[in-house]
Design a protein around this ligand. Structure first.
Ligand code: 13P
Length: 250
């Protein structure tokens, strides 16, 4: 049995005060839910205040990115060690917005993942095709390249600390969710890639989240698909009401 994960990616939203307000409202709404791993990823500057608020709760903390070096002359970067220091257990790596706007490649994603895993973080490894790639029927080819490149040199043991998030770029922030069948088809393919790269057990165990316009209204349908193990939620994670409804989907 794969334990579901519902993660909220707050992207570039929320001051410290707004983040504290959101998390304070969220905690009581999800506190009795022990069936789901709950993660929130605030901006770097709000990590510490959110960590203080969630200290005695069942909510875990993630960074939205990290660099591959531990320290040094790398102005503007944050290392896995510093995310741990701020109270994170998880980190998002390879989000499509970073690939699209900040030059992230499969190679840099791979370097970041290795550094994060080495430091002891659990990685939310994001992949997904653009609309143009889907329309050109390149979805499987793109996913193959992203999975193979991202996981290059990562051991079976390290894989246990990776959660894959399939986020079709055309579904992010557009209100246009992949259908349950489209998502399931991609998830089954991704699982088969992991099985091929490692083995059957690794493929069976890896958790694969769906991301892209997940809302309280569509979470149930997605979660009934055999290869969908949770969600990475953007917009709907910015309100306690909608995020808790997604967490408590069952
Ligand atoms: P939306 O839920 O706003 O579509 O964002 C998805 C996402 O990018 C989560 O990482």
């Amino acid at each position: 049995m794969r334990k579901p994960v519902i993660a909220g990616n707050w992207k570039l939203f929320k001051t410290n005060k707004e983040a504290a307000d959101l998390i304070t409202r969220l905690i009581p709404e999800v506190k009795s839910n022990r069936n789901v791993d709950i993660v929130v990823a605030p901006v770097f500057t709000a990590l510490t205040s959110v960590k203080q608020a969630i200290a005695a709760s069942n909510i875990m903390l993630a960074g939205q990115d990290c660099f591959w070096e531990e320290e040094g002359a790398f102005t503007g970067e944050v290392s896995p060690k510093l995310l741990l220091d701020a109270g994170c257990s998880h980190v998002i790596i390879g989000h499509s917005e970073r690939r699209q706007y900040f030059g992230e490649t499969d190679e840099t994603v791979n370097k970041k993942m290795k550094a994060a895993l080495k430091a002891g973080l659990t990685v939310l490894f994001c992949i997904g095709e653009t609309l143009a790639q889907r329309e050109a029927e390149k979805t499987f080819e793109v996913l193959n390249r992203q999975v193979t490149g991202g996981l290059s040199g990562i051991t079976k043991e390290q894989l246990k600390n990776i959660i894959i998030a399939y986020e079709p770029v055309w579904a992010i922030g557009t209100g246009k969710t992949a259908t349950d069948e489209q998502a399931q088809e991609a998830h089954a393919f991704i699982r088969s890639l992991v099985t091929g790269l490692y083995n059957q057990t690794a493929g069976n165990k890896i958790r694969i989240l769906y991301g892209g316009s997940v809302k309280p209204e569509n979470i149930k349908g997605l979660m009934t698909q055999p290869d969908i193990d949770g969600a990475l939620v953007g917009g709907a994670s910015l309100k306690a009401e909608s995020f808790s409804a997604i967490v408590n989907f069952g």
